[in-house]
Design a protein around this ligand. Structure first.
Ligand SMILES: C[S@@+](CC[C@H](N)C(=O)[O-])C[C@H]1O[C@@H](n2cnc3c(N)ncnc32)[C@H](O)[C@@H]1O
Length: 217
């Protein structure tokens, strides 16, 4: 087994390889491309998941037959489109966004993709909106991609409201290279990892910034 230092040097992909894989396995149709470009067009930060991560989310939802899904952090709706496309007839995604302007752009993107009936954009802070969604549970998947300071709270909520055999998905689980720092934010993210293990069978997928995947016991 490689030691910690040699493992830090093990990077087998570069931008060109990632682009080729995105085009080969996770190509965009018109609606996905519109969603992908929406943040830049609207003057919002382009901090959505990458195409391959979006496709991974879609496949994971299909693998567990997800019908009711919660997303924290909508931005312009790119990952929401990926999640919603995995849902069967009658399935539903509640996606929570703090910034009303982001929510407005996302609603437009989602409507243009023909997914308005399947997706509800809920405006507010995740910690305040989540309790209002509980009556729709239990949920098949909770995908966390909002404020990193609340990941432990979101993870605990998911542990209570995801059905057995459902998924907890946490993006940026490496915390932008800061997971092992001495900051309060890093402590929250480590707590999120550690607490998830108590209720989910977990793995950290080494996407560029990490994706924690947990299967509910
Ligand atoms: C990384 S972006 C989400 C990207 C999106 N999941 C995608 O891949 O297309 C994070 C979003 O979370 C929102 N956000 C920040 N704090 C929040 C909070 N407390 N509750 C809900 N949303 C929040 C931000 O406004 C931003 O739009």
């Amino acid at each position: 087994m490689a030691d910690a230092d040699s493992r830090s040097g093990q990077v087998y992909f570069d931008g060109r390889i990632l682009d080729w894989c995105d085009r080969t396995h996770a190509p965009h149709d018109e609606a996905l491309q519109r969603a992908f470009e929406a943040p830049a067009r609207a003057g919002m930060p382009p901090i959505h998941v990458a195409p391959s991560e979006g496709k991974l989310l879609e496949l994971l939802l299909r693998m567990v037959g997800a019908k009711r899904v919660v997303e924290l952090g909508t931005l312009a709706g790119y990952s929401a489109l990926r999640l919603a496309r995995a849902l069967p007839e009658g399935g539903k995604l509640w996606t929570v966004e703090f910034d009303p302007r982001h929510a407005e752009v996302a609603r437009d993107v989602i409507a243009k993709a023909g997914l308005a009936e399947k997706v509800e954009v809920c405006v507010g802070r995740g910690v305040e909106v989540l309790p209002t969604l509980e009556a729709h549970g239990p949920f098949c998947v909770v995908f966390i991609d909002a404020d990193k300071e609340s990941y432990d709270v979101y993870g605990r909520w998911a542990a209570r409201h995801v059905r057995p055999g459902g998924l907890l998905l946490g993006d940026n689980s490496f915390l932008f290279k800061n997971l092992l720092d001495d900051s309060a934010r890093a402590a929250v993210m480590r707590r999120f990892h550690e607490e998830a293990r108590a209720h989910f069978d977990t793995v950290n997928v080494p996407t560029p910034d990490g994706l924690l995947v947990g299967l509910k016991r």
